[in-house]
Design a protein around this ligand. Structure first.
Ligand code: MN
Length: 349
């Protein structure tokens, strides 16, 4: 059988026809060329795409002899355990040591200034603020930054970062490739999501050609956890609820993980990110929600959709953001009250 041709534009190619104008790329390249120091920032509680993008550009600039500083604005500043294998962490500084008013600041995978945490003031004071992002919720109306390189069709921010590195004329070595690949493979759900276009696989191919060990990256990201994770997962699954009438009959499956669950198992907050991937397996629900109580007692709400319900719009309505199929927000209400607030905003795509 011959392969069928997909007539849809290659989302994520970020090449000709992307949402980012040529002159915006040119201005970004010029801004970077002219800056004495480049200050990089990604969102709080960084994921593979945010940290991978930031460290990839940081490594590329550092290799070119440029002055680079990189950070993210968490009050408890630490690279999540899952991402400690990423190269380039020598570029990181604590938020307190970040420039207060950078000449040039570049944000990665940051959809709102709130997501900058402690670095939001630096962003406001930056002479030039370049925003590299692919969140659909990062729209022009609420958009921040003096130069916006935002393409919601890009599968990951690392897709845009690879573009920027290429436009700067800088080479991608194996360490930079590891950072870019980590963002690509995490944001596409190991190349399972619909964002996985031919262009995504072509990019993966370019990165693997540098000698990248994708098996080692996969093991770091998905095949290990502390033992305590099993106990916390068991507690979360023990209280999972299926609400078939919710989401206009498309169904909602939800549960929560308390601070006490984690304390009993000695598990840090960052280790419970994967609970949603188990909960969302339930066939009976289009929407899966996991509420995770952080160390400050706030509930970090993660929502996933199988395609019928737009959880991005729902979470944005509740003060958060994200994508149509993966989004989140923060609340200080009780888990039951949070779900009551969420139910009426779960609407079809
Ligand atoms: Mn991303």
């Amino acid at each position: 059988m011959t392969a069928t041709h997909d007539p849809a534009p290659a989302a994520g190619s970020a090449g000709a026809g992307s949402a980012i104008a040529e002159d915006a790329w040119d201005r970004a390249v010029a801004a970077i060329a002219n800056a004495e120091e480049v200050a990089l920032a990604c969102h709080v509680s960084p994921d593979g795409d945010a940290l991978g993008s930031m460290l990839a550009l940081g490594l590329a600039l550092r290799a070119a002899g440029r002055r680079v500083v990189a950070s993210f604005g968490d009050r408890r500043f630490a690279v999540p355990r899952l991402l400690r294998f990423l190269p380039g962490q020598h570029l990181l500084v604590e938020p307190a040591d970040y420039p207060a008013a950078p000449q040039l600041m570049i944000t990665f995978d940051v959809s709102t200034t709130e997501r900058l945490g402690l670095l939001a003031d630096s962003a406001r004071a930056a002479a030039e603020l370049v925003v590299l992002d692919h969140h659909a919720s990062n729209t022009g109306a609420t958009g921040f930054g003096t130069l916006r390189l935002v393409d919601p069709s890009a599968a990951a921010t690392t897709v845009l970062t690879e573009q920027l590195i290429a436009r700067l004329g800088l080479p991608v070595d194996r360490d930079i490739a590891a950072c870019l690949y980590t963002g690509l493979v995490t944001d596409t759900g190991s190349f399972r999501y619909s964002s996985t276009t031919p262009a995504v696989h072509a990019m993966a191919g370019r990165l693997i050609a540098t000698g990248l060990r994708t098996d080692e990256i996969a093991r770091e990201l998905w095949e290990r956890s502390p033992f305590g994770y099993l106990k916390v997962l068991a507690a979360a699954l023990d209280r999972v609820v299926l609400d078939q009438d919710a989401a206009e009959g498309h169904g909602l499956v939800w549960t929560y993980v308390t601070r006490a669950d984690r304390a009993a198992a000695g598990l840090p907050y960052e280790e419970v990110e994967g609970v949603i991937d188990v909960v969302r397996r339930a066939d009976e629900a289009d929407v899966a929600v996991v509420l995770k109580e952080d160390d400050d007692g706030a509930w970090q709400v993660s929502a996933r959709s199988k395609g019928a319900i737009d959880v991005g719009r729902a979470c944005t309505a509740l003060g958060g953001g994200g994508h149509a199929r993966a989004a989140g927000f923060i609340s200080h209400a009780s888990p039951e009250d949070i779900v009551e607030k969420l139910r009426p905003v779960l609407k079809p795509m």
